[in-house]
Design a protein around this ligand. Structure first.
Ligand code: GSH
Length: 203
């Protein structure tokens, strides 16, 4: 078993943090996304047709891409500590918040980077104006999450879950595009400080 990863990208980091929280060790194969190795026909043919990381490779040759799918695999094999919640209600609430953090934080942050950075120049069609729309959307989500976090310790409730991992990776990656937590976002800053101090955040 191994995971095709990248030490500089937010989605592989989600998986690394998840595994660190579970205390699971899996070898990582760092794919040089700066040289677009992941976009070459060989990688697409043999590992992930979408040309993205992370990808979990099982011993029988199965490839599982999509960060949440990889995390779910490990939640099944190592249920403790539960990071997707327990019981019908908590699982649904965690799923809701994780999807919200993907769609309203990670996606706009990533699209800002994709559409405004030199990194993706010539690699994908870039629309700078759309990048700015995404920046605005990400900043609005920071405000929203600052309000949400006035009433609870973590993103999905009083327990650290995959939703915190998604949100932390989004907020940290936002800094590359100068999307930052503002001084008035006290609740968001308090949350970030707490989740960043967990040993897994270094993964
Ligand atoms: N929905 C996918 C997104 C994967 C993704 O966007 N991966 C990025 C790294 S964060 C990537 O491979 N970027 C390199 C590229 O697009 O060339 C997931 O959750 O894993």
């Amino acid at each position: 078993m191994k995971i095709y990863s990248s030490s500089v990208a937010p989605n592989p980091r989600r998986v690394r943090i998840f595994l660190a929280e579970k205390g699971i060790q899996v070898p990582f194969d760092d794919v040089d996304i700066t040289k677009a190795v992941n976009r070459q026909p060989e990688f697409r043919r043999n590992i992930n047709p979408l040309g993205e990381v992370p990808v979990l490779e099982l011993d029988d040759g199965t490839h599982i891409a999509e960060s949440v799918a990889i995390c779910r695999y490990f939640e099944e094999s190592h249920p403790h500590p539960p990071l997707f919640g327990t019981g019908a209600v908590e699982r649904a609430v965690v799923e809701m918040w994780n999807r919200r953090m993907e769609f309203h934080l990670l996606l706009p942050v990533a699209q800002t980077f994709r559409n405004t950075s030199d990194f993706f120049k010539g690699r994908i069609p870039q629309v700078a104006e759309y990048g700015e729309v995404c920046r605005n959307a990400a900043e609005k989500s920071y405000e929203w999450m600052n309000e949400e976090l006035a009433g609870r310790r973590f993103i999905a409730g009083d327990r650290f879950t995959i939703a915190d991992i998604t949100a932390l990776c989004a907020v940290d990656f936002g800094r590359v595009s100068k999307i930052r937590i503002k001084p008035e976002h006290r609740n968001l800053a308090r949350w970030r400080e707490e989740v960043s101090s967990r040993p897994s955040a270094k993964a």
